[in-house]
Design a protein around this ligand. Structure first.
Ligand code: CUA
Length: 171
């Protein structure tokens, strides 16, 4: 039977190299915190928020997901776009919004994890089964902006894309 060792003093020895690394780690954290703050509040970079949880199996039994696509909230100024990602396409694979409008994307998946990146914009997030990702953007120039899948989701990953057609004012 062993007896517990008592009377041993707890000594806190920190090696100088370790101390330097601890300081470095803290400095890096501070730099990250500052950059995130600048990105979020000064550059307007948004982190996609989890809008709501959904059941991917029954998602398309009811609105709005039974009819994904564009909803006009206010003509020429505010639109909501519902997109369902699936192996290996988006539903719908083309949406049309006017230039300059505030467009909020709601994206989810019914099978595996997909990506949703709209080229030439700050819209870039994951489409996750069970979660709705939401991000708002404004298209300043008319044209066609492709959205592509950025998460490897299977054999058809490379052909998974769609497009946002941004129409000119009054068009
Ligand atoms: Cu969907 Cu890659």
């Amino acid at each position: 039977m062993s007896t517990p060792e008592t009377g041993e003093k707890l000594q806190m020895h920190i090696d100088p190299t370790e101390r330097a690394w601890i300081r470095t780690a803290i400095a890096v954290l501070i730099v990250f915190a500052v950059s995130v703050t600048i990105a979020g509040f000064m550059l307007g970079i948004q982190v996609p928020t989890e809008e709501q949880r959904v059941n991917p199996n029954t998602l398309q039994d009811s609105l709005p997901w039974s009819e994904p696509g564009v909803r006009t909230i206010q003509e020429n100024s505010e639109y909501h776009v519902y997109v369902v990602a699936k192996q290996f396409f988006y539903e719908p694979n083309q949406v049309e919004v006017p230039v300059g409008a505030e467009v909020t994307f709601f994206v989810t998946s019914t099978d595996v994890q997909h990506g949703f990146k709209i080229q030439d914009t700050n819209v870039n997030f994951m489409a996750i089964p069970g979660e709705v990702s939401k991000l708002t953007t404004t298209f300043d120039e008319p044209g066609t902006y492709d959205y592509i899948c950025t998460e490897y989701c299977g054999l058809g990953h490379a052909v998974m894309f769609g497009s946002v057609v941004v129409t000119p004012e009054g068009g």
